[in-house]
Design a protein around this ligand. Structure first.
Ligand code: ADP
Ligand code: ZN
Length: 518
C-alpha cells in the first residue's frame, strides 16, 4: 500500500484502515491500471476512485447520474479540504468560467459530471487539454441494457475509451449479475483480470417474503416489530405511497411519502426529515433510492413486487449500512405478477428486451417461491454463494413442502423431449397436453411427455419450473429466446432420482397461518 494513499485515508476521511478490497483497488488504480469494481451498497466504493484521483497527478473525472448525489459528495470533499467541483447545468456563466479556468490550471483534484454533459463535444474538447488522472464511472450498470436501470446517455460513454485511451478507467457498481458485468467490461474495454468483485452477502439483513394476504395487516404486523426505528416502505405507485403514508399517520406512525410526482422542495424536505429522524417511516416509490446515506435504516418493506432481483437486492440493501441487525419483508400477489407481466407486454421495447424482462421477472418469482434459503438463491443470482443462513424466513420457518420428485422428473423429461429449446409457456402446454398448432407443428403432441402433467394446473407447473430454475436444475437461455435446458444439476437429478421436496404450488396451498415472530 502506498504511504500517500494511507495518508489521504487518514487526513481526508479520518479512517485508520481500508476496508475489504479497497486497499487492493486503490493500489491497482494508483499504478495506472483500469478497474471494474463490484461492491454492494455501503461497501465503500467512493474511496476507491477518490483516493487515487487525489494521489495521482492530474484531475479525476467522475461520471455520476444524479445531480443531488454529486452535490453531496462535492460538498463533503470540499469540507475535508479536497479540491472538488461539479460541472452541471445549474452553474451560471461566471461559475462556469471559474470552473474551466480551475480545470485548465490543474487546480482541481476531482470533477464530477453527468454523462450527457460530459459527452458534449465542447466539454470533451476542453477536457482533452486538461491532465486527467483517471475516469471513474459510478453506477456503471446504467450503461447495460441488461441491467435494471439502463440510461441511454451512459451508452455513449464508450466513446471515452477512444477519446482518452491512456487514462485509467474505472467502472463501479453495486448491482451486476453476470450479463451486466460482461456488458460493462466490453463497453469500457476493461479486462476481466482488472475486476474486483466483493462479496454480496449482507449477513445483518434478514430476508422474508410472503404472499399478499391482507397487505395492510401484514405491514402493520411488520412495523409493530420496529417501533421507534426508521425504515422504508416501497410501493409501486405514487398514489399508493400517499395513501399508505396517510393511513400509517392515522395509525399513529410518523410516516412521510416520497415520489417523483412531488415537487422538488417537498421531496427534499421529506428526504431531509428521514435522514435526520429517529423513528420515521418513509413510504416511497423507487424514486427514493440512490444517494440515501442513512446508516441506521432498520427495515425495508416492499408492499408490491419489486422490479427484479437486482432492484430487490439494492432496495433491501439500504437497510443496515451500519452493520446492525436489520429486517426486510416483501409481499407479492397474483395481481403484482399480472401487472408486471402487463407492463412488459405493453411496453414499446423490442422483443428481445421484453424477453429479458420476462426472464428477470421469473427469476424474482423463483426467489419468492423458493423452499431453500433466500440468501442462497439471492447470492447465487449474483454468482456468489453461502451456507443456509439461519437469518431468512425459509431458514427460520420452513415452508410447506410436497414431494416434487415426480413433478420434477416430468418437467425435466418434457424439456428434454422437446429438444431443450422452448420456453416455459410451451413446456407447460406440452405437459398439460394443450391442443395448439405450434405443438402439432413440431410434432410434440406425439412425445411421451405430452399431457402427462394434468395433476397440476398451469400456475402450478410454472411455480414448479421456477423452483427448478432457482435450484439451477434448469438453465434459461438468457441471451436467446428464453429456451429452457437441463443444467448439470438437473442431469444429476435425473440420473440419481433423489427425493426432491418443493414448495407447494400456490393454487393448492392452504392459506398459511402466520406465526407471531420476534
Ligand atoms: P458505496 O458507494 O459503496 O455505497 P460509500 O462509498 O458511500 O459506499 O461508503 C459507505 C460508508 O462507508 C460511508 O459512510 C463511508 O464513509 C464508509 N467507509 C468507506 N470506507 C471506509 C473505511 N475504510 N473505513 C471506515 N468507513 C468507511
Ligand atoms: Zn436462509
Amino acid at each position: 500500500m502506498t504511504a500517500a494513499a494511507l495518508e489521504v485515508l487518514k487526513s481526508v476521511y479520518g479512517y485508520d484502515a481500508f476496508r475489504g478490497p479497497q486497499a487492493g483497488i486503490v493500489d491497482h488504480v494508483i499504478a495506472g491500471r483500469n478497474a471494474f469494481v463490484l461492491m454492494p451498497t455501503g461497501g465503500g466504493k467512493s474511496l476507491c476512485y477518490q483516493i487515487p484521483a487525489i494521489v495521482r497527478p492530474g484531475m479525476g473525472l467522475v461520471v455520476s447520474p444524479l445531480l443531488a448525489l454529486m452535490a453531496d459528495q462535492v460538498a463533503a470533499l470540499r469540507q475535508a479540504g479536497v479540491k472538488a467541483a461539479a460541472l452541471n447545468s445549474d452553474l451560471d456563466p461566471d461559475e462556469r468560467r471559474a470552473l474551466w479556468s480551475a480545470v485548465e490550471t490543474g487546480a482541481l483534484d476531482l470533477l464530477y459530471v453527468a454523462p450527457e454533459t460530459l459527452m458534449r463535444p465542447d466539454v470533451l474538447e476542453r477536457l482533452r487539454r486538461a491532465r486527467l488522472s483517471l475516469i471513474a464511472i459510478d453506477e456503471a450498470h446504467c450503461l447495460s441494457q441488461w441491467g435494471h436501470d439502463f440510461r441511454p446517455s451512459y451508452r455513449q460513454l464508450d466513446g471515452l475509451v477512444r477519446q482518452f485511451p491512456a487514462t485509467p478507467r474505472m467502472a463501479l457498481t453495486a448491482t451486476a449479475d453476470e450479463p451486466t458485468r460482461a456488458e460493462i467490461l466490453a463497453h469500457l474495454d476493461i479486462a476481466v483480470a482488472d475486476s474486483f468483485v466483493a462479496g454480496f452477502d449482507r449477513p445483518n439483513i434478514r430476508y422474508a417474503i410472503e404472499e399478499k394476504d391482507n397487505p395492510r395487516a401484514q405491514l402493520k404486523e411488520f412495523l409493530a416489530r420496529h417501533e421507534g426505528e426508521s425504515g422504508i416502505v416501497y410501493c409501486l405507485s405514487k398514489r399508493k405511497t400517499e395513501e399508505t403514508a396517510a393511513w400509517l399517520r392515522g395509525e399513529g406512525t410518523d410516516a412521510l411519502s416520497y415520489h417523483a410526482g412531488m415537487d422538488k422542495a417537498a421531496r427534499e424536505a421529506s428526504q431531509r426529515r428521514f435522514q435526520r429522524g429517529e423513528a420515521v417511516v418513509m413510504v416511497a416509490t423507487i424514486a427514493f433510492g440512490m444517494g440515501i446515506d442513512k446508516p441506521d435504516v432498520r427495515f425495508v418493506a416492499h408492499v408490491d413486487l419489486p422490479g427484479s432481483i437486482e432492484a430487490y437486492y439494492q432496495e433491501t440493501g439500504r437497510a443496515g449500512r451500519d452493520g446492525l441487525p436489520s429486517d426486510t419483508l416483501m409481499l407479492y400477489g397474483h395481481e403484482d405478477i399480472a401487472l408486471r407481466s402487463r407492463f412488459i407486454e405493453e411496453s414499446d421495447a423490442p422483443d428481445e428486451r421484453k424477453r429479458m424482462e420476462r426472464q428477470k421477472l421469473d427469476a424474482l418469482l423463483g426467489l419468492a417461491e423458493t423452499a431453500s434459503c433466500r440468501r442462497q438463491v439471492l447470492l447465487s443470482y449474483f454468482g456468489d454463494r453461502c451456507e443456509p443462513c439461519g437469518n431468512c424466513d425459509t431458514c427460520l420457518e420452513p415452508p410447506k413442502l410436497f414431494d416434487g420428485t415426480v413433478a420434477a422428473q416430468k418437467a425435466l423429461s418434457c424439456i428434454y423431449r422437446t429438444g431443450e429449446r422452448f420456453g416455459q409457456a410451451y413446456v407447460v402446454d406440452v405437459l398439460l397436453g394443450a391442443e395448439n398448432d405450434r405443438i402439432r407443428q413440431f410434432g410434440h403432441d406425439r412425445v411421451s411427455t405430452f399431457g402427462i402433467g394434468t395433476e397440476h394446473d398451469n400456475r402450478g407447473w410454472r411455480a414448479i419450473l421456477r423452483q427448478l430454475i432457482a435450484l439451477r436444475f434448469v438453465d434459461v437461455d438468457l441471451a436467446g429466446h428464453g429456451g429452457l435446458s437441463i443444467a448439470p444439476a438437473g442431469r444429476d437429478f435425473l440420473r440419481d432420482k433423489p427425493t426432491l421436496m418443493l414448495r407447494q404450488p400456490r393454487a393448492a396451498r392452504a392459506r398459511r397461518h402466520r406465526l407471531e415472530r420476534g
